[in-house]
Design a protein around this ligand. Sequence first.
Ligand code: B16
Ligand code: MG
Length: 208
Amino acid sequence: MNEAIIFDLDGVIVSTDHYHYRAWKEIADREHVPFDEERNGLLRGVSREKSLEILLELAPRTYSAEEKKQLAEEKNKIYRQLLQELTPADILPGVLTWIDEAKEKGLRIAIGSSSKNTDFILERIGLSDTFDAVVTGADVEHSKPAPDIFLLAAERLGAGPEQCWVIEDAPAGIVAAKAAGMKTIGVGEFVQNSGADRWALTLGEAKL
Ligand code: B16
Ligand code: MG
């Protein structure tokens, strides 16, 4: 049976980093928590709730579970507003070629993303009907770096883990894919030394 490809979303298909940053920064400033682009890098690929935990590590006070829930909701509201700016022109270089070539070769393709905004993002960039399966943080209890998202994506594709290639931009995603027993292609500077089986600076330069 042919191999399958599971694409991460944020950082591989489209870059939403700066939107996440702008939304988290607004929350951080309001709460007097130091936060910059470097700290934002720590949130790459991990869930919204875990991202908030990391952000609040530098907070001057502690927060109740209810307060955290509210902050995460507020962040998402700001983020969703910013996502309105996304268009198909934001699809990262090389993505459409990868999708076309996979389809030509008869490979099944999926999205495996921690983002609970996946459906909205795919809609904004015009790729809602492109993938054979879409698995997000909303479908599993444990998000990346746990393997659950990728294992469910493989199951929905009808592929065994050993047949799957995962394309990821985040260390948490590479750890998750390896824990799932899958082959990995790291894309971008954040996963250059993360132990991915293959690596390229951009998806356009990456090879299966
Ligand atoms: P949301 P990915 C991840 O998406 C992002 O990289 C990460 O920064 C974000 O915190 C996470 O989704 C959750 O996103 O708040 O939209 O549910 O890289 O796994 O596609
Ligand atoms: Mg990512």
